[in-house]
Design a binder for this molecule. Sequence first.
Ligand SMILES: O=C(CO)[C@@H](O)[C@H](O)COP(=O)(O)O
Ligand SMILES: [Fe+2]
Length: 223
Amino acid sequence: MSSPLKAKIGPSILNADLANLYTESQKLLDNGADYLHLDVMDGSFVPNLTFGHPMVKCLRNNIKTAFFETHMMVSKPEQWIAPMADAGVNLYTFHIEPVEDVCKVCRLVQEAGMKVGLAIKPGTKVEELTEYMSIADLVLVMTVEPGFGGQSFMADMMPKVEWLRQNYPNMDIEVDGGVGPKTIECCAKAGANMIVSGTAVVGASDQRKVMDEMRNVVQSYLK
Ligand SMILES: O=C(CO)[C@@H](O)[C@H](O)COP(=O)(O)O
Ligand SMILES: [Fe+2]
């Protein structure tokens, strides 16, 4: 039987011109982005600050149908569930590291009408996700230290992706950080099917070509 999973490319707009967020986002969607990956940072969980639900809501008011993922790099993910649901977020991905009761937060996210993603930093063991796999809709393996776009891809995170794919063949597995045409094969081979890519896509002269190329590589590894 063929895999029920789909290869999807979700550009991160972190390094885009945020003064023109709508135009930049619409351009990515027009060029074939499967979803938008919105990096929310609180200056506490990570040493950087981006934007929150008011901006996501404004974007949603202008972009009605695209699938929005918020990557919540925040110390208190439970605090932003209701406002992000209200802002029209589809997938709420949060880091397990600062959270005491991960299952409870997952439940609250799903009760608010969003899908839930669980993210781990490079220093977190992948086995720590095990007890939450039955409740999660997606898992995100960070391939850079969260906080900034444009960093170098950490190939030594691939064993985590391999382990997840072997044990959870039908789970959506996302990678994020330093992913582009040069590193996509490595991610695809390990078993990732949801690909976040910032600098490599946003800065490309032909965004469609870059996203098509990466999607094709990922699709070729999905059995
Ligand atoms: O979450 C993060 C960084 O913390 C990412 O989403 C990056 O912002 C992706 O950008 P590139 O590494 O692809 O430039
Ligand atoms: Fe991200």
